[in-house]
Design a protein around this ligand. Structure first.
Ligand SMILES: NC(=O)C1=CN([C@@H]2O[C@H](COP(=O)(O)OP(=O)(O)OC[C@H]3O[C@@H](n4cnc5c(N)ncnc54)[C@H](O)[C@@H]3O)[C@@H](O)[C@H]2O)C=CC1
Ligand SMILES: O=C(O)CCC(=O)C(=O)O
Length: 420
């Protein structure tokens, strides 16, 4: 892949990753053309009545990248740095993630430019409802199914489902239009845990592939939100020691391993890992890249690993919990150092996989147990891991192999539909 050192635009990066895989496959040029731009970009303005009586306008997006394999699927992010290109990239990655897991979906993503920490609970609810209303014309259980992402959660999915049902349900609750809902409201057991659990599972498969065992491996996790906290919990449960984690405020370190359950409790109460009594050292958040370890799991945001810090990372395996955490130039540095990278479209695909299970259960009103869900998730992820490794062994890095594996699954329905 060409590695323009300066390239940080996530959409350009997604296009570069796609191009590298299309070239490796020797695919028809039309496949790249059709997949390099999203099918639909909706930009919305959302008026919200604030608690002080004033009104504010928020900008939001819903991008539908491709619906050849089935309805579009992907989360909604609330973050001050959301841009149209970021949402386009995230939607593109969703298409290939669904392809990697052989789910009957294409990709989509949504975002609202907002810092939710600055909103009251009432303002947050009105924004969530306003966003759901604004994107109602293009979503639906057979068209596009949103879910949680950064700074959104089960409660926000309930508000959106309720709003959408008022507008489209005519007396019915339309459960299957949003996933990631709480178990008490049409949600699926093990969805909250699913992305982090999948990250830990994929790290374990990579460890096994290298002929090693999880016991004794030292893990480091960047980001301690939904994905990072459960990735850390399951990395610990699968036998590794989690010696460092970070969030937006700091990095915590303990050479004997942090107690992740206790840290999750601390974070629930304090909204940050900062101040946790069980750490040996509290450091600057950027120090997370310098901690010597075996498994490094970036679970925060895009462009976390760049050429500026790639050399600091001393791990055998990088398992990408976040979407797009590694720039192409940094990836080259890491691959040259012999680091095994499990790419985001596989490593964090547990979330959308269990969202798919939620959607299937909602459509049938028949619900599975926690263990059933995790067993089905594990079987699907390990199967994809093994098939991608087979392609990788033909001489590709794992990201390119994952794209090659996925592109075939998307190109075939496009070809059958006569799109090229
Ligand atoms: N929630 C989900 O099911 C899925 C999320 N993802 C991706 O995983 C990543 C994280 O998502 P969530 O955990 O849902 O978000 P979240 O909002 O629950 O947590 C984000 C975490 O990252 C931390 N963070 C932000 N900037 C940081 C920085 N510079 N250094 C260290 N930590 C930083 C925050 O403090 C927080 O702990 C995103 O890239 C998201 O797109 C991918 C697949 C599914
Ligand atoms: O659960 C889903 O449908 C999508 C999750 C998501 O946004 C992601 O995988 O990046």
């Amino acid at each position: 892949m060409p590695t323009n050192e300066k390239e940080r635009n996530p959409f350009k990066i997604a296009q570069m990753q796609l191009k590298a895989a299309c070239d490796a496959l020797g695919e028809d040029e039309s496949v790249y053309l059709l997949l390099s731009e999203p099918e639909r970009v909706l930009k919305v303005s959302i008026p919200v009545k604030m608690d002080d009586g004033s009104s504010k306008m928020f900008t939001g997006y819903r991008v539908q990248h491709n619906d050849a394999p089935g309805p579009c699927k992907g989360g909604v992010r609330f973050h001050p740095n959301v841009t149209e290109d970021e949402v386009k990239a995230l939607a593109t990655w969703m298409t290939f993630k669904c392809g990697v897991m052989n789910l009957p979906y294409g990709g989509a993503k949504g975002g609202v430019v907002v810092d939710p920490n600055e909103l009251s609970q009432g303002e947050l609810e009105r924004l969530a409802r306003g966003y759901a209303k604004a994107i109602t014309p293009i979503i639906g259980e057979r068209r596009d199914i949103p879910a949680p992402d950064v700074n959104t959660n089960g409660q926000i999915m309930v508000w959106m489902t309720d709003e959408y049902s008022k507008l489209r349900g005519v007396g019915q609750t339309l459960m299957a239009t949003f996933t990631g809902k709480p178990v008490e409201f049409g949600g699926c057991h093990a969805r909250r845990e699913a992305t982090g659990y999948g990250v830990a599972l994929m790290a374990k498969e990579a460890v096994k592939y290298k002929g090693l065992e999880m016991k004794g491996q030292r893990s480091v996790v960047q980001g301690f939100g939904n994905v990072g906290s459960y990735a850390a919990l399951y990395l610990e449960e699968l036998g590794s020691k989690v010696i460092a984690v970070s969030d937006v405020n700091c990095c915590l370190y303990h050479p004997d391993g942090l107690d992740i359950k206790a840290l999750m409790k601390h974070t629930e109460q304090n909204k940050t890992i900062k101040g946790f009594a069980g750490a040996a050292k509290e450091m600057d958040r950027e120090d997370v890249f310098k901690v010597e370890c075996d498994i490094f799991a970036p679970c925060a945001l895009e462009n976390a690993i760049t050429v500026d810090n790639a050399d600091d990372i001393k791990a055998k395996i990088i398992c990408e919990g976040a979407n797009g955490p590694t720039t192409p130039a940094a990836e080259k540095v890491l691959l040259d150092k012999g680091i095994f990278i499990v790419p985001d479209i596989l490593a964090n695909a547990g979330g959308v996989t269990v969202s798919y299970f939620e959607w299937v259960q909602n459509l049938h009103s028949f619900y599975w147990t926690f263990d059933e869900v995790q067993q089905k998730q594990e079987a699907k992820m390990i199967d994809s891991f093994n098939q991608i490794v087979e392609i990788m062994e033909k001489g590709y890095d794992m990201r390119t192999a994952a794209y090659m594996f996925s592109i075939k699954r998307i190109a075939t329905p496009m070809r059958l539909r006569g799109w090229f």
